[in-house]
Design a protein around this ligand. Sequence first.
Ligand code: PEP
Length: 252
Amino acid sequence: MAASRTPILAGNWKMHGTTAEAKALAGGLAARVGGRTDRGVVLAPPFTALATVRDAVAGSNIVVAAQNMSWADKGAFTGEVSPGMLADLGVRHVILGHSERREIFGEGDDVVRKKVEAALKHGFTSIVCVGETLAERDAGRTLEVVKRQVDAALNGLGADAGGSIVVAYEPVWAIGTGRVATREQAQEVHGEIRGLLRDLALPADAIAILYGGSVKPDNVDGLMAEPDIDGALVGGASLEVESFTRIVEYRA
Ligand code: PEP
C-alpha cells in the first residue's frame, strides 16, 4: 500500500458471538493491538454486542462499527436500526452493501446508495462493499460489475465526502470459501476502483480500499504489499484474538 494512506484492518464478526464472547474477543484484541496508531483497527460485532465491544475497547485506538444500518431516521421499519440509534451508542462507523446483505437480503445498488447518503448525513464513516460473483468473474464482467456498484454508491457525493468513505473490494467467490483472490487479481481491481474514484472527483489517493475474501494470517502480508491494497475486511479470521492480531500486525 502507499505510505500516504493509513492501513485499516477491519473485522466483520457477522452473526457470531454472545455478549460474553464479544467482551472476551474485543478485550483480548484491545490488549494486543489497541495501542497501535500506525494502523486503523475496526471491529464490527452484531448490533447486540456493540455496547459491550465499545466498553471493552474504551481507552484503546480500536474503532467500533456496525455491520449494517437503516437509511431511515425512524418509523415503521420493523427489525431495522437507525443511524441515530447507533450514534446514541457512540458508533460512527458502518459496513454498507456487504455481499451477504446484497445476496441474501436483496439489497440492491439503490438501497446501498440510500444508506451511504444516510451515513454521510449523520456523520458516519462508511465501509462500502463491492464485488463480483463467480459467474460474473467467469463471464469476464468483474470490472463492469464493480464499476457499476462503485458508481451507484458514490457518484456525485462531492469531494468532501471522501474523508468519510472507505471502499472494500470483496469478490463474492472469495468470502468464507477459503479461496482468496491472488494479490495480482486483487490489485488489478483495486487499481481500477482507484481510477474510478478519481473519475468521480473523489480524493482517490486518500481513500482506503480494503480487500476482503478469506484474508488469513498466511496471506495478508502478500496482499498488503500491493500498492492499491490499503487494508483488509476480515470475516472468519477476525473471530480469534491470535489470528486477527497477526493480520493487524501484517508485514509487507
Ligand atoms: C467478510 O465477512 O467480509 C469476509 C471477507 O469474510 P471471510 O474473511 O470469512 O472470507
